[in-house]
Design a protein around this ligand. Structure first.
Ligand SMILES: Cc1ncc(COP(=O)(O)O)c(C=O)c1O
Length: 441
């Protein structure tokens, strides 16, 4: 009820996603590069690329022109026909993806791409279980929220429907919420792989179709895996004949400094699901990149379901142009500035309440804990009450910088557009330093 009132008081009939709207949502009317502007002309540095997706920045001329040209030719072609923009984008995606992935099944959103990937895996393996990590996020549909290890997403669909087919395993994370008690990254790799093998064996390998995982955690806080972890996951999947699906909805298209997180984590998955950054959020587009054996099987034994707007030509034109923009210096900028961002963010650990700073490229999470107990200050999974992390987000917005809250909200997330410069980083980190001081004293 409180949330409905919140939306109404914002003066709008638009209902919120993700359970809430900001307490004082700004009305954003314009954007330019890494900046957005509200209806009164106030400027905000968009240090979350809205929702981890406007990777090339706002109002990019090349992407807008490509979309306009496509619109002038044809705006929609059914998936039963070929379309030149769609074919060209598929070819370009295969060029930039890990070598083993040669076919593309287009979709519209990240949720639907993950749904498609698990349908394909289940059909191909003739098995139904999908392994996913605790604290993961894979989408908001019934199937994908059911796959989520993040309790808020999962419980909101499980409350009124039975979701099935997913078995969770523990992520190889450090931080205050760590599930393993390892003294070194190597020990963490070993413990988490032993645990995964235990889950696979006890679940029954023949019943498992796929393992679906983010490579660098997305909204759950930008956790990276310790060295050797994904190599071990790949080996286990090979040994037990399980398809390995990388959810690259956030990590795809340069976010971590290479085309895909599979490159930064040195992994050859069987499928990659992508969305968000593929068009830099200029139009909804998503898809599944897969090995040719899986693509060939789909050609022979079709899936009799589909989506009207999958692979829309205007979105595909945006995708082609966005990829050119990434190739033409934007990913290079991520690589050049990631060490600066990392070093500056690490300095925030001088605050006693900051217990962990982690990430890769332009995707970072900062976790907070009570210095006296090393526990979250308020853990929304198990307790109600005012969460000071909301105050950090509000304080940053007041200073003209937009950042994100992680799921669970024991952390904040930063995922800026690739067109930021060093001054944008300086400004954000000094505003964070000041805001964390103001909120936690
Ligand atoms: C890792 C990951 N997978 C899937 C999704 C779902 O994508 P969409 O919101 O486009 O359905 C998201 C969305 O944030 C995500 O972060």
């Amino acid at each position: 009820m409180a949330q409905r009132e919140q939306v109404r008081t914002s003066g709008s009939g638009v209902l919120a996603h993700f359970g809430h709207m900001d307490e004082q949502p700004v009305t954003i009317t314009n954007g330019e590069g890494a900046y957005v502007y509200d209806e009164d002309g106030a400027e905000y540095l968009d240090f979350l690329s809205q929702l981890y997706c406007v990777n090339a920045g706002h109002s990019n001329d090349a992407i807008r022109e490509a979309m306009g040209e496509q619109l002038d030719r044809i705006q929609y072609v059914s998936s039963a026909k070929n379309n030149d923009a769609r074919t060209e984008l598929a070819d370009r995606l295969v060029e930039i993806a890990p070598q083993s992935l040669e076919d593309v099944f287009f979709s519209i959103s990240g949720s639907e791409a993950n749904e498609a990937a698990i349908q394909i895996a289940r059909q191909s393996q003739d098995a139904s279980t999908v392994l996913t990590r605790w604290r993961s996020y894979h989408g908001g549909t019934y199937a994908t929220a059911g796959l989520a290890g993040d309790s808020a997403s999962r419980l909101s669909v499980e409350a009124h429907a039975s979701t099935s087919g997913s078995v969770k395993f523990l992520p190889p994370f450090g931080g205050a919420d760590a599930a393993f008690d390892a003294d070194s990254p190597a020990e963490l790799t070993e413990q988490s792989l032993d645990h995964l093998e235990y889950v696979i064996r006890n679940q029954g390998p023949d019943s498992i179709a796929a393992l679906l995982t983010e490579l660098v955690a997305g909204s759950s806080g930008a956790f990276t895996a310790p060295p050797g972890y994904f190599e071990g996951v790949r080996e286990l999947c090979n040994e037990y004949d399980i398809l390995l699906i990388a959810d690259e909805v956030i990590t795809g298209f340069g976010r971590c400094g290479e085309w895909f997180g599979s490159h930064t984590e040195n992994l050859e998955p069987d499928m990659i699901t992508f969305a968000k950054g593929v068009t830099s959020a200029y139009a909804p587009l998503a898809g599944v990149l897969m090995r040719s054996e899986l693509g060939d099987a789909l050609r022979e034994e079709t899936m009799d379901v589909g989506q009207t707007f999958a692979g829309n030509p205007v979105a595909c034109a945006a995708g082609l142009a966005a990829i050119e923009e990434y190739d033409d210096g934007l990913i290079e900028n991520v690589r050049a500035l990631a060490p600066v961002l990392q070093e500056q963010l690490a300095s925030l650990e001088d605050h006693d309440v900051v217990c962990d700073v982690r990430g890769r490229g332009f995707h970072w999470g900062i976790e907070f804990a009570d210095p006296a107990t090393d526990e979250p200050i308020v853990d929304p999974r198990v307790e109600d009450g005012h969460n000071s992390i909301e105050d950090v987000l509000a304080g940053m917005q007041e200073k003209g910088i937009l950042i994100g809250g992680g799921r669970p909200m024991i952390q904040i997330t930063l995922s800026p557009p690739f067109c930021i410069d060093e001054d944008d980083i300086d400004r954000t980190v000094s505003a964070l330093d000041e805001t964390i001081g103001e909120v936690f004293g």
